[in-house]
Design a binder for this molecule. Structure first.
Ligand SMILES: Cc1cc2nc3c(=O)[nH]c(=O)nc-3n(C[C@H](O)[C@H](O)[C@H](O)COP(=O)(O)OP(=O)(O)OC[C@H]3O[C@@H](n4cnc5c(N)ncnc54)[C@H](O)[C@@H]3O)c2cc1C
Length: 406
């Protein structure tokens, strides 16, 4: 067990409550890390501080399975932290870290001490110039899911802002649940920023066929709210009235605590291959961590596979293991009948080679300086390791040789 005896007293002179491990953040990394610590060190005390109102849950289901599988409930979506023996404090925000005293101060005025500290704070959603109103949803949490459920259905009109995975998944989820949907996105073709043109067209067609109204090449600029609903203004001056608006425009990594504590931060909390920050007693993982990927180089990954792999690893390292993170994560999404996965950098401004597999399946290779930097698997299963192998080659590739590789 970690020694916590050298931590200092609180300002009123009483000793802070001591834990071997303190985890800040109540998301997917927090749940998997806490479980791994307790498994590796069953006697270790673990405290999870979460500003959420719900115990950790599987976030991807909030925009997919909870809408498309009537059998699947929020209870099924709970990640089971309660069964690990870790202590969870909900509605509790960590507000400051004192690395000399090895303490964390929380929003309820308490101070706890740690032997090892994990920062798994994820990110906060990008906001727009919209009123502070219950009908404006910056979609991220289970509470947001419940709110959107209450605001949708019954042929109500929901405007979804953002053409990346959260926006496209929510638009698909809503239109399949008796809701009129307008999707506002800046690209000329939905998915055009990430998919090669032929795949973007087939992606967009699914939305048209499902009845989603597409506001192409548009951004939401501002809006007002009254009893009748929301009144939204797009960047070309056109207007939309809606019963609710969902914004899915990405996140900013939550690095404030790390910055305040004087840890190295560079578009994320900088960690080494063992997910240690510049302080050997403090770790970071998941969406917030800038880590060295063995194949792709230093990066921050905002995807669930990364969270589910880094969480257990950082937990084991905190409990004493000397492992390093050797996994190159993939990303996945599902909308309508389409399931796609990607490894590496998916950006349609790079050169692409598309290998059409027929029956709506394809593999797209993204090239930069004649090296493959990303692979997209379009309705293709069980090919992630093959994609990683192509990426690991790194050096100049013969374009023609790519067709048929996967
Ligand atoms: C709707 C949705 C759908 C998604 N779908 C996919 C998908 O299909 N495929 C995919 O690859 N990825 C998907 N993701 C991304 C994936 O869920 C994240 O990558 C993953 O949850 C990251 O885990 P994390 O623990 O790093 O952060 P999070 O799960 O975001 O958890 C961070 C937690 O920290 C808390 N917190 C932050 N600061 C503090 C503080 N100071 N004190 C206390 N608590 C704090 C936050 O409230 C939050 O609970 C999706 C995300 C969302 C929101």
């Amino acid at each position: 067990m970690t020694d916590t005896s050298s931590t200092g007293p609180t300002t009123d002179g009483t000793a802070p409550e001591a834990f071997d491990h303190v985890v800040v953040g109540g998301g997917m990394v927090a749940a998997t890390a806490a479980a791994a610590i307790r498994e590796a060190a069953p006697d270790a005390t673990v405290l999870v501080l979460s500003d959420d109102v719900d115990a950790p849950y599987t976030r991807p289901a909030l925009s997919k399975k909870l809408w498309t599988d009537p059998e699947y409930t929020e209870d099924d979506n709970d990640m089971g932290l309660a069964g690990t023996g870790a202590e969870l404090r909900l509605r509790t925000r960590a507000t400051a870290i004192d690395r000399d005293a090895r303490t964390v101060t929380t929003s309820d005025g308490a101070t706890v001490s740690y032997g090892r500290l994990l920062l798994a704070t994820g990110g906060s959603p990008t906001t727009l110039d919209l009123p502070d109103d219950d009908r404006v949803v910056y979609f991220r949490t289970s509470a947001d899911y419940r709110r959107l459920r209450a605001l949708s259905g019954g042929q109500r009109h929901v405007v979804v802002v953002g053409g990346s995975y959260i926006g496209t998944e929510i638009a698909a989820a809503l239109v399949q649940n008796d809701t009129r949907v307008t999707l506002v996105f800046p690209d000329e073709v939905l998915g055009g920023a990430v998919f090669p043109p032929e795949l973007a067209s087939s992606f967009e067609r699914r939305y048209e066929e499902a009845g989603v109204a597409l506001a192409r090449g548009r951004r939401l600029e501002r809006g007002t709210a009254d009893d009748a609903g929301l009144h939204l203004v797009l960047d070309d001056g056109s207007t939309l009235d809606a019963d609710a608006v969902v914004v899915g425009l990405g996140i900013t990594p939550s690095v404030e605590l790390a910055e305040q504590a004087g840890l190295t931060v560079d578009d994320g909390i900088v960690v080494d291959a063992s997910l240690r920050t510049s302080d050997p007693l403090v770790f970071a993982a998941g969406d917030v961590a800038m880590y060295p990927d063995r194949i792709l180089g230093r990066r921050r990954v905002e995807h669930v596979d990364n969270a589910k792999e880094q969480g257990p690893l950082v937990g084991r390292v905190m409990a004493g293991s000397d492992e390093e993170y050797a996994h190159t994560p993939y990303y996945y999404s599902k909308v309508f009948d389409l399931s796609y996965e990607a490894v590496g950098t998916i950006d349609s401004t790079t050169d692409t080679v598309v290998d059409d597999k027929g029956d709506g399946a394809a593999v797209a290779y993204y090239l930069s300086d004649d090296a493959v930097v990303g692979v997209l698997l379009w309705n293709v299963d069980e090919a992630r390791d093959a994609a990683r192998a192509v990426l690991a080659e790194g050096s100049a590739v013969d374009r023609d040789s790519l067709v048929g590789r996967i």
